[in-house]
Design a protein around this ligand. Sequence first.
Ligand code: HEC
Ligand SMILES: [Cu+2]
Length: 357
Amino acid sequence: MTDQPGREPEQRLPARRAPSDLAPADRFSAPPSAHPADLSAQRVGQIVRQSSNARWVSLLAVIVVVLFVILYYFYELGAPLGLSKPRLVQQTEVQQVTAVEAGYNLFIANCARCHGPNGKGTNEGYSAPPLNDPMKLYVHLNPQYLKNVLTVGGRYVCGNPTSAMPIWSDLNGGPLNYRQIEELIAFLRAPKVDASGNVIEYRVKDAALNEPIVGADGKDLTFEGWVDPAFKPEAAATAVPDCYLGNTAQQSTGPAATLPPEAQIFEVKAEQIAYDLKAITVTAGQPFGIKFTNKDSAGVLHDVDIRKQDGTTLQNMPTIDGGASTTYVYTAMDAGTYLFICSVHPIPGMTGTLTVK
Ligand code: HEC
Ligand SMILES: [Cu+2]
């Protein structure tokens, strides 16, 4: 570059300039031949092709983005005509089922020994009141009530401070954390059928591995929810009392009536959730008494109510705790056959026949 032989020295290199001089404007510009005013046909074709390619590419990009937005919209909010459910709803359902399945294991591990594996409680010979009962699940066993019972323990149910029902929430010294309480409630309130009326099959999961447990027939073990979403109580049905022992207002009927001295008095003992006496015969039109002893352990309540054969209560007596005894006084009755029964444990073992003649 610096040495160009065959030229006059002044043509070889530009003359030195004083540093303050501005560089000539065309010093670094390409010569006019490098950018001709008119384009060659080939170049024009190239330019046109290139820009139409670019427009196709951008059109495609726009289409891709628009399609994505539309598809994502339906994915997020649910496709029309019920083709798919909103993403959050789907996710909630998945998590709901997971909670129910975890709650089932918690129930079997902690509650089944008193309330029975099916939640039928005293109806299946267990010591605690039933939970799996459509009338109870309809309103009484609502999530907030369940949460309170599990946090406060059995005293929340009937105000019995020595209730056998333990405190479960670790907020209150119990063994289960808030998540486990939620899972238990999810299980107790699990719907039996889905929105289209199909029975939901929840799977029994291994508590440690969270894997489905396979039964002897090679299929996953399943269980069903207790709550029938379609259940409606009959118009004439009586509401479930706040305390399963019955209406407390009705129970505190002031001082017990006294018996005339010649009245018949029977002795009934309850032990192991069973009466020792299964048949009583009394005279019609005369009051009578039952000297009742509860020989079960504290926390197991019994009473002796009188009901008609169809189950309507005629004479409702207050329950007594295990270890206590009392004398129930019954008013005179018409001739007939009735039941005397424990309202806490209406099972065959705690049901007897009362014959009035
Ligand atoms: C040691 C026996 C025992 C165990 C274990 C037990 N319960 Fe109970 N439960 C009872 C008794 C007894 C009552 C009745 C309360 C009372 O008045 O004393 C009761 C009452 C209840 C009630 C209120 C029922 C109603 O009709 O209002 C609910 C709900 C309940 N239990 C849920 C549970 C759950 C959930 C578990 C497992 C985490 C559980 N129980 C474990 C004995 C038990
Ligand atoms: Cu009883």
